[in-house]
Design a protein around this ligand. Sequence first.
Ligand code: 2U9
Length: 346
Amino acid sequence: MKVKERLQQLEKEALEKVKQVTSLKDLQDVRVSYLGKKGPITEVLRGMGKLSKEERPVIGELANKVRQTITDAIDERKAVIEEEEMERQMEEETIDVTLPGRPVRVGGPHLLTSIVEEIEDLFIGMGFEVREGPEVETDYYNFEALNLPKGHPARDMQDSFYITEELLMRTHTSPVQARTMNQYQGSKSVKMICPGKVYRRDTDDATHSHQFTQIEGLYVDKNVRLSDLKGVLNRFAKQLFGEDREIRLRPSFFPFTEPSVEMDISCKMCHGDGCSVCKQSGWIEILGAGLVHPRVLKMAGYDPEVYSGFAFGMGPERIAMLKYGVDDIRHFYTNDIRFLKQYHQA
Ligand code: 2U9
């Protein structure tokens, strides 16, 4: 058979096969068998050397044309098969839009985070700024600057985690306030709260934790009086626990305040009559407070004859326990999702 005829025959044969295949795999087989390196067209091209000078360009052109025709036919067929495949898939695969969706579990702030933020907002509303400080503190700022010199009995009262002789995990957030006053050296007033983690060497139980949260407040200015403290705390208590709650101040003692007080709120359960929540007293202890000790003011560079101030401290865990009826402080740290999710606001 002449080369020309052979090529024409190959074209016809290949086009026929292309027409017949129904899968992409079979189509690929056709491509390889006709156009591949070992295929008949390549063979023809390889044998061109044997042809006469006149025949060579004619056959070369024809071979390329045949190859192009087969390639085009294969590509065209490929598109058709792919389209058919897609249509078949769409027919077969039905999506049941009535199936229930898979819910995405949404997290939310921890109860403790929420209560701290609520308290922060409340004091920000009364003109306080929020400040933070280091959790690893110097003995000076944690004790000394707060009128707790070395050998003071209150240092034993609060067994602490010491890192070195001069460094410890802060036992309260008061050093943040002492640092702020020390920075200003009596040059301006201070109105701040400081929330944060504190550490004490306690054995954990339902009401104690070796690590817990505190929010302390400090207002130092000219002419700050106990009645200012009472006004601020009264607003705080009513806003957090309800306008129907009353407060009372009882005398107490803290080394860094003089006089010192403890604040109670009236019991919501019994409205003052006495019940198990308030241990029959009608009142629930909420926080400690007082007027900043003159010695503390002086150590930070504030003249106690010119400046005075009030300070208070509270434990947000205790506040949250009272507000939401949580009976064990350990619930805040053990991260049982069944506990936590009860307090997620959507
Ligand atoms: C400076 C001066 C005075 C902060 C104060 C309290 C009273 C207090 C405790 C209540 C329960 C903390 O969570 S708790 O353990 N705090 O009773 N804290 S006055 O007084 C300061 C702070 C800083 C410079």
